[in-house]
Design a protein around this ligand. Structure first.
Ligand code: FE
Length: 205
């Protein structure tokens, strides 16, 4: 899976990440998506960067509304939450069906469960990165909701994600969500229909 001799793809898995739900409202309904690309990048004033896949409807809504919340997920978060917010599209489903939330000062939803803190963000700059848009934001509200530990990407992979079924299938499995592509060759532009990751995150069964 190497792009060339100098870039070992697996190196990217050595980057430490958290996992978050970005929540939005498109004017009609609440929505959101799972992302790992959120970090504070300056403290005077407080500024953060959030990178969102253009495949996500949430990205489109953030571009339009310039406002969203980041919900910090805890280690207690069940796989169902990742499935609900990460493996389907707000274009076709209401992800807030049956989800408990309250509303922050910016009138956007904050999840009540499995979240230990939230940030309300206002977009100052958008940077088009190709697959993603990076939103440089100022923080308009930030609150701690519990002292549960924040979940990391490693913790998710080791403890939350269902283990791959041992039954023999021919094809490629998405290391992020477990989706199986059946076939001899993975098309180079293939994108996981569930979690929207590319072929770099697939491995041969
Ligand atoms: Fe996937």
């Amino acid at each position: 899976m190497n792009n060339n001799d100098l870039i070992q793809q697996e190196t990217f898995a050595k980057i430490g990440y958290g996992l978050y739900v970005a929540t939005v409202n498109d004017g009609v309904k609440n929505g959101g998506c799972i992302l790992n690309t959120f970090m504070q990048v300056a403290n005077n004033p407080n500024q953060v960067i959030v990178s969102v896949s253009k495949q996500n409807y949430t990205c489109e809504v953030i571009e339009k509304t310039k406002a969203f919340n980041i919900n910090c997920l805890t280690e207690k978060t069940p796989f169902a939450v990742f499935k609900n917010f990460g493996f389907q599209s707000g274009r076709t489903v209401n992800k807030f069906n049956g989800v408990d939330f309250f509303t922050s000062k910016n009138a956007l939803p904050v999840l009540k469960q499995y979240v230990n803190g939230f940030f309300s963000l206002s977009v100052e700059q958008s940077i088009d990165l190709g697959s993603h848009i990076a939103f440089m934001c100022t923080v308009t509200e930030a609150k701690v909701l519990s002292n549960e530990l924040s979940i990391t990407y490693d913790y998710y992979h080791n403890n939350v994600k269902p283990k791959a079924e041992p039954k023999q299938k021919h094809g490629f499995i998405c290391k992020i969500c477990g989706y199986i592509y059946e076939g001899e060759e993975l098309p180079p532009d293939f994108i996981c229909p569930l979690c929207k990751h590319g072929i770099a995150d697939f491995e041969k069964l």
